[in-house]
Write a protein that binds this ligand. Structure first.
Ligand code: HQG
Length: 181
């Protein structure tokens, strides 16, 4: 992604996951926004945005963060939301036996006390491969990789979901399922 695409992707992440009201946009409970309204709201704020630019971002985004509806009229972020009105009905899915979570070493004390919590977002994000977890953790500082005993969690009845872009989601991870990688 070039610099402009990254800027647009960050803007879309912000309004489609966190603060749609900052540009006067409304998301439905599944996180969908009307694309023509999104463009109008963005242009009003002085942003350059049009349908082909949005289509390009959706198609080329490195993490496949966004999806366009079948009728091509709506767009949503596929995961990562904090917006209160959004409550995406993710399908339940049988998870792999182990998943990883990348975090920063300064959070470890708290994590080993409280478990992993979703914080502002709606879910804790887990990944199937360690490389992804390392990248996620590095965003926060000196990286620490946690290994999650997902098989045991699943056997205890804890639900898992997978977003369209492959990110695994669960509401929280209690301490007993977490170990250092
Ligand atoms: C930590 C990016 C203290 C948690 C990524 C994380 C991901 C605790 C931070 C997606 C804690 C929250 C999400 C506890 C959790 N005490 N700290 N009890 N429980 N934490 O950004 O998972 O590029 O909300 O370890 O790739 O880092 O935006 O979550 O370090 O998929 O598309 O609290 O965001 O995707 O940070 O990242 P975040 P995350 P995008």
């Amino acid at each position: 992604m070039d610099h402009i695409d990254t800027k647009i992707s960050k803007f879309l992440s912000y309004v489609l996951r966190h603060q749609p009201e900052s540009i006067g946009l409304t998301l439905d409970s599944e996180g969908w926004a009307d694309i023509s309204t999104l463009i109008k709201c963005a242009v009003k704020q002085g942003k350059r945005l049009n349908y082909p630019m949005i289509e390009k971002i959706v198609a080329t985004n490195d993490k496949k963060r966004f999806a366009i509806s079948e009728d091509r009229k709506r767009i949503r972020a596929v995961q990562g939301h904090s917006a209160k009105r959004v409550n995406i009905c993710y399908q339940e899915k049988i998870p792999p036996a182990v998943l990883y979570h990348g975090t920063a070493t300064r959070f470890l004390d708290s994590i080993f006390k409280q478990g992993l919590v979703a914080g502002n977002r709606h879910y804790v994000h887990l990944s199937a491969d360690e490389m992804t977890a390392i990248k996620v953790g590095q965003r926060h500082g000196k990286v620490a990789i946690l290994k999650i005993d997902v098989q045991l969690m699943y056997e205890q009845g804890i639900k898992f979901h997978q977003a369209e872009n492959g990110v695994w989601l669960t509401k929280a991870v209690p301490v007993e399922y977490i170990s250092m990688k």
